[in-house]
Design a protein around this ligand. Structure first.
Ligand code: COA
Length: 161
């Protein structure tokens, strides 16, 4: 594959996301990571900070490029001229939503979606769990990419949500 797109809310980026980024970037020439808006979710961290945290997490992955996109995933895929979209699939509950999203994106822009199964050690990590643990003063360092925990906690404290 020449170029793949991995899109998400990344609010904030977790070790689960990084696991997919590392594995997907090993399969293609260039991996575009797009910070996008999920209309069903409130935003907590601002988008420039989400990008900064992903860039920090990917500092040793030279073929990863991080962007923000405000529209539909299908439009982003078209604009970035990717060969396919990549999504991580967790063992419980992801399939139905991901199946629907993949079908709609194919219908809108003709783009295929490839799934990587989430690694077992990441299956219980999610951005909302990270936010919840941080909100109560818990240690999130095992759940987020190395060197990002302090910044995430400070930003979440500032966001006051
Ligand atoms: N391991 C563990 N957890 C993972 C993971 C992995 N490998 N990959 C994702 N997750 C978790 C995330 O932490 C997140 O947790 P949360 O629900 O607690 O926030 C959850 O799985 C999914 O989040 P993420 O993958 O970051 O993105 P999303 O599902 O919130 O958003 C978009 C996906 C942005 C691509 C989608 O909303 C979108 O396409 N938006 C644009 C509008 C559009 O095109 N709509 C039509 C789509 S059909």
């Amino acid at each position: 594959m020449n170029r793949l797109l991995y899109a998400g809310s990344f609010d904030p980026v977790t070790k689960g996301h990084l696991d997919i980024i590392e594995r997907a970037s090993a399969l293609c020439g260039e991996l575009i990571v797009a910070v996008m808006h999920n209309p069903e979710k409130l935003g907590f961290l601002d988008v420039p900070l989400r990008i900064q945290l992903i860039e920090k997490a990917c500092r040793n992955l030279p073929n990863v490029k991080v962007i923000a996109h405000g529209g539909l995933l299908a439009f982003c895929a078209e604009e970035m001229e990717v060969d396919a979209v990549v999504r991580g699939l967790r063992p419980l509950g992801d399939f139905e939503t991901e199946y629907q999203m993949a079908q709609v994106n194919k219908m809108l822009g003709g783009v295929e979606t490839l799934f990587l199964t989430t690694s077992a050690n990441c299956a219980n990590i999610s951005s909302s769990i990270v936010r919840q643990v941080a909100a109560f003063g818990g240690d999130i360092s095992a759940m987020v990419p190395e060197g990002t925990d302090k910044e995430i906690c400070e930003a979440l404290a500032r966001s006051n949500r």
